[in-house]
Design a protein around this ligand. Structure first.
Ligand code: COA
Length: 325
């Protein structure tokens, strides 16, 4: 089996900024409540007509440039998204078209907020066994299109964005361990009830606002802390490392209090957790992807660092991955 590492990263955040003050004018909320309960100050929103592949293509171009790879050289494109351009074709195929990555095999993965970690693990398998010699993975979301802007319980949380990474075989370091988990029994805690084959779109489904995210936040909160901490511990154990060996945690960014509780559970200094939730809110699969990109570009992550990706989302699904940078 070949070792696999990340050689390029890129991100794209749409330019429209939605502040907490803007939300105060839409629903019964306050800047103070949102900051203290979630850590979010602003989030980005797409311009009209911008879809997940548009964001993903922009992030991918930067990641390819960073990796020094031409689009035609790509073997595999995996897009993690819960807001695909269409039910089908896959958003990965739209990305392929946009990049002119004519030689790539393309598909999407559906693993909600853990999607980027899932995509990374899938890509790693293909490269490790030698099926493909490289892969582009993207987490791209336009959550603003599935957010109920009349529901204060959810609309303050989400934002739009995309992040991408290029994976290839490496001689040393790279991905040291991966852990994935799922528990479908808890699917009702976080769902988009309509628009699929269970509840196809009807006038009634639209009237009942079933095409928007439904979330039982309080129950998810406790599970997120438990499952993200557990995944971190399992991935570290598999890599033969301990919490004290971690230089950076790049987590899914659902709520700053989830991350602070996780740090406490792991006895991990909070300064080691890379945060961008204040700027972008929860962008599902794009949160981990953009945080990784920012941490690399800002030179927070340095060569040789031990980096832990850790994510959790609707499904339920979770995943963690230890990388030696
Ligand atoms: N502004 C003001 N008040 C709000 C509000 C808002 N935007 N949203 C909810 N509230 C109110 C509630 O109505 C409730 O009022 P009540 O006590 O009068 O009923 C009160 O605040 C507390 O609500 P609660 O849901 O207990 O708040 P919380 O501290 O659990 O915070 C979340 C809510 C959603 C921020 C938090 O539960 C969370 O982040 N959960 C996890 C989310 C998650 O992991 N999502 C998926 C991961 S991918």
């Amino acid at each position: 089996m070949k070792k696999v590492g990340i050689i390029g990263v890129g991100e794209y955040l749409p330019k429209n900024v939605l502040t907490n003050a803007d939300l105060e004018r839409k629903v019964d909320t306050s800047d103070e409540w949102i900051i203290t309960r979630t850590g979010i100050k602003t989030r980005r929103l797409v311009s009209k007509g911008q879809a997940a592949s548009d964001l993903g293509i922009n992030a991918a171009k930067k990641a390819l440039k960073d990796a020094g790879l031409a689009a035609e050289e790509l073997d595999l494109i995996i897009v993690a998204t819960i807001t695909p351009d269409m039910q089908f074709p896959s958003t990965a195929c739209f990305v392929q078209q946009g990049l002119k990555a004519v030689n790539a095999v393309c598909f999407d993965v559906s693993a909600a907020c853990a999607g980027f970690v899932y995509a990374l693990v899938v890509a790693q398998q293909f490269i490790a066994v030698g099926t493909y010699k490289n892969a582009l993975i993207i987490g791209s979301e336009v959550l603003s299109t599935i957010t109920d802007w009349k529901d204060r319980n959810t609309c303050v949380l989400f934002g739009d964005g995309a992040g991408a990474a290029v994976l290839v075989p490496v001689k040393s370091g790279g991905i040291l361990s991966t852990v994935l988990g799922s528990d479908g029994r808890l699917n009702e805690l976080l769902q988009l009830p309509a628009g699929g084959s269970r509840n196809p779109a009807t006038h009634k489904s639209v009237e009942e606002r079933l095409h928007y995210i439904k979330m039982r936040g309080n129950e998810l909160f406790k599970l997120a802390v438990k499952l993200m901490a557990g995944a971190a511990q399992d991935a570290l154990k598999l890599a033969g490392l301990e919490c004290k060996d971690i230089d950076w945690v790049i987590p899914h960014q659902a709520n700053i209090r989830i991350l602070m509780s996780m740090a406490k559970k792991l006895d991990l200094p909070v300064e080691k957790i890379y945060l961008n939730i204040d700027k972008y809110g929860n962008m599902s699969s794009a949160s981990t992807a953009t945080a990784l990109c920012e941490a690399v570009k800002s030179k927070s992550i340095k060569k040789g660092d031990i980096v832990l990706l850790d994510a959790f989302g609707g499904g339920l699904v979770w995943g963690a991955c230890v990388i030696k940078w």
